[in-house]
Ligand binder design. Structure first.
Ligand code: NAD
Length: 472
């Protein structure tokens, strides 16, 4: 295979234009890849991932100054493999023309939708799940028959280098290319005239990405963040809820876009929840910080330290879930009690191991609290009463929901993944990704004999009689 196109130092040629043009030319040479050709790309993606899995996980571990490779295997490699396999399994059905009904007026004509590759898709991914958020998106774009250009985060530089080398070893530069670089490179990347751009990252940068894409009228899918609430219902087991909320919250040290950001529980149950949370944290991490992820970047560490100081200075009570001291890279998980709206911990997405716990008197109050804030990427409800579940599902907005656990809706390849409002726009994963990365081209096939000429001018008695019939 041809050499890596990580950075191209050709004088006078913009380092992004050449790889982009190569991808575009590749697309133009093969406008509608066959099922076998798409399957071959998915197979090579899988082979590449399996061959470089340990190296990629080690690179993330180094980039972060601490992310257990086993956690990378569970939360990145496994779902990426599942995503590739799911695309491969359903490719045949998704690619087929989709027959649609026609109304009586257009019969015996026929209508169908023909999914068609868009061309060159750009994918910009963040540092928190650099592997999964890149490769699952590539799988969807490949299944739909596209060429792909990827820009990983500058905060996971080693990972980006390993990925670029792995990609160059398994793909031609007119199929898939990795571009590494900082914010300026990312800005130039987003200004390229892609046929579709998928961006995963913060809401603030998402706005800049959409502005850049607007110049080319490039359609965007924005996978952003937000404060995802957990509501614990009055009929829920607090022990079970704490077990699942705290176990998932502490994965990746809370640096998960869909992790529980804050908990709303029935008034009076705070103390029991805190005790359970301590029990769970200690059981998960008996030798903390072993198996616990670092805060991945200096910016993250400074931000979380400032959020803690801000909450403490404004009267919140921070309770450590593990008896230990913060290190330079690893922060002890904390429950935050008495958090108020003037604290940063309630104003911004936490994206770290802090969990504010608030109480409510009636479910309507918890729902009103959620609805008074920007629409989140995820919402979790613990409880079993059908009426309460329906009330929460019908009366709150969020990108997605897991009931009686956290995170797991994201792992369902059959479900669309994406935010709403400030937490994102558009969807991918599974068939929804295939559709996002395809033009769903509507086609009407007129029959040799049909009724349309009955309405052609001149508008005489024939047309009037026909119209009388049509308009009822
Ligand atoms: P980040 O800083 O790594 O940025 C993400 C990407 O944006 C990087 O590739 C970076 O190079 C690029 N970028 C930065 N500035 C840019 C600019 N001005 N123009 C164009 N591109 C630019 O990651 P982050 O933003 O710190 O990521 C964390 C956020 O991402 C959180 O809010 C989290 O909730 C969200 N997130 C969302 C999802 C999801 O699937 N919805 C998944 C993971 C993370």
């Amino acid at each position: 295979m041809t050499a890596a196109l990580t950075v191209i130092n050709t004088p006078n040629i913009d380092p992004l234009t050449l790889p982009f043009e190569q991808l575009k030319a590749g697309y133009q040479r093969q406008l509608f890849p066959s099922e076998d050709e798409r399957r071959d790309r998915l197979n090579r993606l899988l082979k590449m991932l399996k061959a470089h899995r340990a190296e990629l996980a080690a690179a993330i571990d180094q980039d972060w100054s601490g992310r257990a490779p086993t956690e990378t295997d569970i939360l990145e490699v496994f779902p990426a493999i599942e995503a590739i396999k799911h695309n491969r399994k359903h490719l045949h059905r998704w690619m087929k023309p989709r027959k649609q009904g026609v109304s009586i007026w257009f019969k015996p004509g026929k209508a169908w939708i023909q999914p068609q590759p868009l061309g060159v898709v750009g994918i910009v991914s963040p540092w928190n799940y650099p592997l999964f958020l890149t490769l699952a998106a590539v799988a969807g774009a490949f299944a739909a028959g596209n060429r792909v250009m990827v820009k990983p985060s500058e905060f996971t530089g080693r990972f980006g280098e390993v990925l670029a080398a792995a990609v160059a070893a398994h793909f031609a530069p007119d199929e898939l290319v990795v571009i590494n670089g900082g914010v300026e490179t990312s800005q130039a990347f987003c200004a390229l005239p892609f046929d579709h751009l998928l961006y995963t990252g913060s809401t603030a940068v998402g706005k800049a990405v959409m502005r850049a894409a607007a110049e080319n009228l490039t359609p965007v899918t924005l996978e952003l963040g937000g404060k995802s609430p957990v509501i614990i219902g009055t009929d829920s087991s607090l022990v079970l809820a704490a077990e699942r909320i705290v176990s998932t919250k502490l994965m990746n040290a809370g640096q998960i876009c869909v992790t529980a950001d804050y908990v709303l529980l029935p008034v009076g149950s705070e103390e029991k929840f805190v005790n359970e949370a301590k029990r769970v944290a200690r059981a998960r991490y008996p030798n903390w910080p072993q198996d616990f992820s670092a805060l991945a970047t200096p910016r993250q560490r400074e931000r979380i330290a400032a959020v803690i100081a801000d909450a403490e200075s404004k009267g919140a009570q921070l309770i450590k879930l593990i008896d230990a001291e913060d290190t330079a890279t690893h922060f002890v998980p904390r429950i935050v009690l008495h958090a108020t709206d003037d604290m940063r911990v309630m104003q911004e997405e936490i994206f770290g191991p802090l969990l504010p716990v608030l109480s409510y008197r009636a479910l309507v109050d918890a729902i009103a609290y959620v609805n008074a804030r920007p629409r989140p990427l995820a919402l979790y409800y613990f409880g079993y009463h059908r009426q309460d579940i329906d009330k929460v599902l019908h009366e709150t907005h969020s990108g997605g929901v897991t009931l009686n656990d956290c995170l797991l809706h994201v792992g369902q390849e059959a479900l669309p993944f994406g935010g709403i409002g400030p937490s994102g726009m558009g969807h991918y994963h599974g068939e929804f990704g295939f559709n996002t990365f395809s033009k769903l081209k509507p086609i009407f096939h007129q029959s040799r004999y049909n009724g349309a000429p009955l309405l052609y001018p001149p508008f005489g008695g024939r047309v009037r009689a026909m119209l009388k019939f049509m308009l009822g």
